[in-house]
Design a protein around this ligand. Structure first.
Ligand code: HEM
Length: 195
């Protein structure tokens, strides 16, 4: 099994972290939508805790992912990809990473500011340096929600781009990120070190 990335494809670690992020995001959004629509109850509070735990986990997974990315090659876009498309892909990936980091942080500051502290897995209290501050909490709520909308939009565009590569361009871009080992056509064969 290929653990690290190569010039042509993503390895096991990157793929696992990529698809784990998707699973965690689906969990986080499902919990968020359910909990805000629930009447006040112990179950509602439980959902809030789980939502926060998933958020902290996403934050940790993204840090791990970025660390792994730093020490691994990143497969390049297929040969012949116009520079504007390369730039757009780079910016959108950077924006996804940025939102995945900033969103949990805004959630953590919001919770602490509204006096609803984050206790990761019910074990680790993560105190906020800003303390209790209602106005800050309300501002963070707006930022958190706006980021959620931005993230959903970006992910939708990201998925459409992956499908466009697969079904229209018929290249290896989606195939090389699939969770299972997929045979490549060889459309990405560019040495990343020469880029
Ligand atoms: C069905 C859902 C998804 C599909 C089909 C998909 C597909 C892909 C594919 C094909 C790539 C490789 C692009 C390339 O080779 O240049 C990729 C990379 C990436 N994906 Fe996704 N993705 C999905 C969900 C997500 C989600 C939910 C996130 C995060 C919110 C995400 C974040 C990223 C990032 C940041 C990269 C860049 C990896 C890197 O170069 O470091 N993806 N995705």
């Amino acid at each position: 099994m290929l653990i690290g990335n190569t010039a042509e494809r993503f390895g096991f670690v990157t793929k696992t972290l990529h698809w784990l992020t998707l699973v965690l995001l689906i969990g986080s959004f499902t919990l968020a939508v359910s909990m805000v629509n629930m009447p006040f109850s112990p179950r509602k509070l439980e959902f809030y805790s789980w939502h926060k735990w998933v958020g902290v986990t996403i934050f940790l997974v993204v840090l791990l992912r970025l660390g792994w990315r730093l020490i691994n090659p990143v497969p390049q876009p297929p040969q012949g990809t116009p520079p504007w498309q390369r730039r757009l892909a780079g910016w959108s990936h950077a924006a996804l990473y940025a939102i995945l980091i900033v969103m949990p942080v805004t959630g953590w500051i919001m919770s602490s500011a509204l006096n609803l502290p984050v206790v990761y897995l019910g074990l680790i209290h993560i105190p906020s340096p800003f303390g209790v501050d209602r106005a800050l909490g309300e501002t963070m709520k707006v930022v958190h929600l706006s980021l959620a909308i931005a993230l959903l939009t970006l992910v939708a565009v990201h998925v459409l781009a992956a499908l466009y590569h697969h079904f229209v361009q018929r290249d290896d871009v989606l195939r090389r990120m699939l969770p299972w080992p997929a045979r490549l056509k060889g459309t990405n064969a560019v040495n990343w070190k020469t880029q």
